[in-house]
Ligand binder design. Structure first.
Ligand code: FES
Ligand code: FES
Length: 153
């Protein structure tokens, strides 16, 4: 079936097969490979996107249900040549190692800050609790977020 959805502010049309996930359609059909496929079970958050204002694991969303939806992926966060503040902070704080988890963390963190610009350390940890990193030990990622918000108390 064909669906029309808005991705990163642009109307896109995609061919969806059966129970194919939104993640597959974003990566393979719409050529947006930023969202990563690590577990495909909703466990790791590497596929995080914002769907109609909600943070979701795109591997768990059926693309066939996304007709008319608005999706924001990691590719939609930078403005022109300017990184999103979360992206810049992750680079600065050394929160990126292999980078596989990074798009999901960035999308989750940007979504958190949109709703709570000055989160506490606990709120940051809660906001990122759906995202798993095998490399960094989380310290640098949390420091990156705190550097954006000036928070951490
Ligand atoms: S790939 Fe979707 S949660 Fe892991
Ligand atoms: S930087 Fe490698 S999994 Fe997070």
């Amino acid at each position: 079936m064909l669906i029309e959805l808005t991705v990163n502010g642009e109307v896109r049309v995609a061919t969806v097969n059966g129970a194919e996930s939104l993640l597959n359609v974003l990566r393979n059909e719409l050529r947006l490979p930023g969202s990563k496929n690590a577990c495909e079970q909703g466990e790791c958050g590497s596929c995080s996107v914002v769907l109609d204002g909600e943070l979701v694991c795109s591997c768990l969303v059926m693309a066939a249900d996304c007709g008319g939806a608005e999706v924001v992926t990691v590719e939609g966060l930078a403005e022109d040549e300017w990184l999103h503040p979360v992206q810049a902070a992750m680079v600065e704080a050394g929160g990126v190692q292999c980078g596989f988890c990074t798009p999901g963390f960035v999308v989750a963190a940007a979504h958190l800050l949109e709703h709570n610009p000055t989160p506490s350390r606990e709120e940051i940890e809660e906001g990122l609790s759906g995202n798993i990193c095998r490399c960094t030990g989380y310290g640098a990622i949390l420091r990156a977020l705190e550097s954006v918000t000036g928070g951490g108390s």
